[in-house]
Design a protein around this ligand. Sequence first.
Ligand SMILES: Cc1cc2nc3c(=O)[nH]c(=O)nc-3n(C[C@H](O)[C@H](O)[C@H](O)COP(=O)(O)O)c2cc1C
Length: 328
Amino acid sequence: MFKIDNIELSKAILLAPMEDVTDISFRLVCRELGADIVYTEFVNSEGLVRANAKTHQKLKIIEEERPVGIQIYGANIKSMVGAAKIAEAENPDLIDINAGCWVKGVVGCGAGSGLLKNPSYMQELVKAVVYSTSLPVTVKTRLGWDENSIQILDVAKRMEDAGAVALTVHCRTRKVGHSGDADWSWIPKVKEVVKIPVFLNGNVLTAHDVKRAFDETGADGIMIARGAIGNPWIFKEAKELLSTGIITTVVDEEMRIQTCLKHLKLAVKVKGEKRGVLEHRKFYAGYQRGMYGAARIRSELMKLTEYNPVEDALLKYLDSLKQEVVSV
Ligand SMILES: Cc1cc2nc3c(=O)[nH]c(=O)nc-3n(C[C@H](O)[C@H](O)[C@H](O)COP(=O)(O)O)c2cc1C
């Protein structure tokens, strides 16, 4: 058992920050299905300090999703401190610093995994943010810049010294982006050099992966990103597996479609009908993975811009699937 501020956790399973994915609606779905902490997508510190309304919108959280962390990114210490204060005003449970984003535009400004190029500066930045807020501050980073510069053990110690209360390690280097295997073998080594909780991230795609990651590495928590898209039951299944040794949740077509609709309904409530429906299009493929005739229904859904027609189409599709089963 460990604590982050007043959040008590043991074998935590966390929803990773994902740009354009982990908005309030998806965070709520994952929380309800067992995610212990959820995170906003990364929010640009420069946009926040310049009072960009679109950037500020990304900070919005609601009570029902707690515990929730706001993730901020940037390379300039003054802006990151300013952003942390602005984020704190939204009253999240914690602030996470992104030191892992691999995207050129972010890294080119020295932010995200660009910070790994200068660990002592990264330490200074994290320390300044920690001092600027009364909220717990966590850091999400990678093993290193490339295979020849893996410096996670030094970075982990620096993050702990800077006052971070937990560290997420995406077990890949910046160079490989999101591709290839994640090297979980670094997690036990990181745990040896720091006392703060260490969360493993990278290539955790099923509930069985969650169990294997805990068993093989002794991580304090497992953070799931792509494995939760179209598959938010992964949290519930993993908890069942960890506590009883078997998965009892049955993810059938009814569950897939009803969850997809619930997610959409929440999105419409938060963002308004048109935006909610349009932005939900990217989730259909995930929710309908492996379902008979999914491509055809998806092309129909892509034309719709209102909730009711989407619901009608999906329920009709579900009915047709049930009839297939009856007639077989
Ligand atoms: C669509 C997408 C958006 C992402 N956005 C963020 C982000 O905003 N902040 C962040 O720290 N990582 C972001 N990531 C990286 C993930 O949090 C995670 O570190 C990475 O996908 C590896 O985990 P996985 O193998 O479980 O997917 C993003 C990943 C994806 C696929």
